[in-house]
Design a protein around this ligand. Sequence first.
Ligand code: M6R
Length: 615
Amino acid sequence: MCGIVGYIGHREAYPIILKGLKRLEYRGYDSAGIALYDGTDIKLSKTKGKVSDLETRLENEISTHGSLGIGHTRWATHGVPNDINSHPHYSNSGDLVIIHNGIIENYESLKKELIKRGYNFKSDTDTEVLVNLIEDVKKNENIKLGKAVQIALNQVVGAYAIAVFDKNKPNEIVVARLGSPLAIGIGEDEFFIASDASPFIEYTKNAIYLEDEEMAIVRRNKGVKIRKIKDDSLVDPYVQALQLNLEQIEKGGYEHFMLKEIYEQPSAILDTFRGRLLSNEGIIKMAGVEDNMKKFLNAHRIIVVACGTSWHAGLVSEYIFEDLARIPVEVEYASEFRYRNPVITENDVVIAISQSGETADTLAAIKLAKSKGAFVFGVCNVVGSSIARETHAGAYTHAGPEIGVASTKAFTTQITVLTLIALRLARAKGTISSSDYRHHLIELELIPEKVKKALESDAYVKSIAAIYKDVHNFLYLGRGYNFPVALEGALKLKEISYIHAEGYPAAEMKHGPIALIDENMPIVVIATKKGHYEKVVSNIQEIKSRKGKIIGIVTEGDKQVKGLADHVIEVPETIESLTPLLTTIPLQLLSYHIALMLGKNVDQPRNLAKAVTVE
Ligand code: M6R
């Protein structure tokens, strides 16, 4: 995926676009570019590398003057990351310039046709094909840019959020979306365009989120006209008041977004259950669940679809739903599910989990489940995201913006929402006693304070990181509710430190991974008092006798594991189903500190992007 930014108004566009690109770098950071209209011509500069590389280069290369401009930060799909493939892209005449987030799937056949008509291409991108297609339509039909964009997009198969302008009409930017997000910020005689609202939050709190298959012509001093791309019908703009504030999208004194987001977990979890968990009254209130209670209660099974960290949260929920609400659960990688011709019936409830709400595979899995008649419930963080809109109902996690590419607070808040749902269903089904139910509510309410306590291990975790930072392999083991946490711990380490790590159910170790263990292998073992404790202790002994180095995640006051492990990190005691909310904290910190000590880019690990909007 990529980030796009645009501005048209009365200010200098360059600083707004540059700052906006920096805020959107979480969406992609292998190249960046800006095109500005300086009053007479387009000035364009682009480069492989980060927005800061662009900044250094751009100010020496072109004039940064102009009140109309577009900018792009890229996560490469078609064409390697290099200067030429970076956006913006010119049309052959040099009149049009475009930025694009998405994929034009039929670009090869369109390109062949355009080559026959005399067009030539500098880059390997699908985007350069699109801008030339627009130019071709515009010239052949002698029509305005907006109409040409519309006709061209009707020939395109794929996904896009685009912004394009014509140097001969420097008072408008044409934008459109299908499958990739696009927001228009409405200021006083000025308009902002961006993949999300973060680039313009200090200028306006009013924004229009384009829906799929909509386009808009954004005119200087005039306003925004929105149309359906397919049938040309006019759409009444719906201007939303943004809840986002600047503080939420800045580092707030932390060195990295990831660290800030790790430390935000006590308040993020609190925000997740605020107004939903009323422990005094013994009530859980979730509109999306209440309104669809029949669907949930009649469900023959729950199918969870998700990717990455969200899939791990889904795995935790399998334990909660089965344990508490006695509903059979299957947890599926969305990318596998969508291509597997799965058996789905009208009696299935599908829960789609996604922080960004934009993950392409999860979105496709939802569409498939809907087409087979299943009821689809979304658990998303980003309000108004594609998945939030595509699902029949849902519950937001309310974690606030997560900018670090490695998910942290998204994971714990997803587990919180899923726990609330499971508890509510268990109560409605009568599969939980009222005392057990109350006990769960009280324990859940205590979690934010306990997460704070777990965060106090930071300095100690850092000292452990210093010991193991140079190893090449890590093993993570857990059982029951903490098996998915082992997977999540391994994923965190892999993605930001590039150290190979694997997560396993502790007892599975004997069936293969045990062969890896020697005196050089650190093994993180989650061994909290609740849940198969004695069994995990036996697993620890098996590791010990093979000289593996043990980092135990234990319950406060634990003595047995302390006697066996090389290091123990304590977390507060809680009921078994809630332990993942605590045991995951030291694992996040461990990966953070190791990556930092290795000099890796913690917030923007190589090859990754925050939301994977392509297959
Ligand atoms: O936005 P989503 O939750 O749908 O994203 C799913 C994965 O791409 C995401 O969790 C990814 O695995 C993270 N980088 C993990 O930290």
